[in-house]
Design a protein around this ligand. Structure first.
Ligand code: SF4
Ligand code: SF4
Length: 184
């Protein structure tokens, strides 16, 4: 009798165990899914997301990049290269500018190093390609027609061009010290 009861108990437990997964499946079968299908649904990413890199422009629509090479020096994987040139009015610019996104690790160090806010990372991450050479972006691919995260910033207006004024007369500058005034 004892053996019969034990068998019955195991049979009930086994059957319950077998049915439990089906119960879970049926419970969730008619619920609204909480997953979002990509690429049909594209989540809006925060502005600071480190994705595709662009070269931005200042408010007067000039290229911000002055080809100082600081971004290239800061890049830990050496994927930025450029050639500097000087315009007739003395303003420097990048004759060509190249980023190999096949090597880029999207660390953002180039953006931090840039004194003119020219190079900026954007939230766009859809850059996959079947050919590694397609991941090499030239200046035409990188240059955009806006100022990115800080559209009002104009490096040249403050520090880029000679304005014919003496030391200590620029915006927010203290008057120049006459060192000879310390002579006995
Ligand atoms: S994000 Fe990092 S790895 Fe990519 S180009 Fe800038 S410094 Fe180099
Ligand atoms: S993007 Fe910025 S750091 Fe890089 S060369 Fe141009 S001005 Fe210099």
């Amino acid at each position: 009798m004892y053996q019969k009861n034990g068998f019955l108990k195991s049979a009930i437990e086994g059957t319950t165990g077998l049915l439990e997964p089906f119960q879970v499946v049926f419970k969730h079968l008619f619920r609204k899914p909480i997953t979002e299908e990509y690429p049909e649904f594209k989540r809006e990413l925060p502005e600071r997301t480190r994705g595709r890199i662009v070269l931005t422009r200042s408010p007067d629509n000039e290229e911000r990049c002055v080809a100082c090479q600081l971004c290239s020096a800061a890049c830990p994987v050496s994927c930025i290269s450029m050639q500097s040139a000087v315009r007739e009015d003395g303003r420097r610019y990048a004759e060509w500018f190249r980023i190999n996104f096949g090597r880029c690790i999207f660390c953002g160090l180039c953006e931090e190093a840039c004194p003119t806010l020219a190079i900026q990372l954007t939230p766009d991450f859809e850059m996959s390609a079947d050919d590694p050479l397609k991941l090499v972006y030239e200046k035409d691919d990188l240059l955009v027609d806006h100022g990115g995260k800080d559209p009002d910033y104009d490096f040249y207006r403050h520090a880029g061009v000679a304005v014919g004024r003496g030391p200590g007369t620029h915006e927010d500058e203290l008057p120049a010290v006459n060192i000879k005034s310390n002579y006995p």
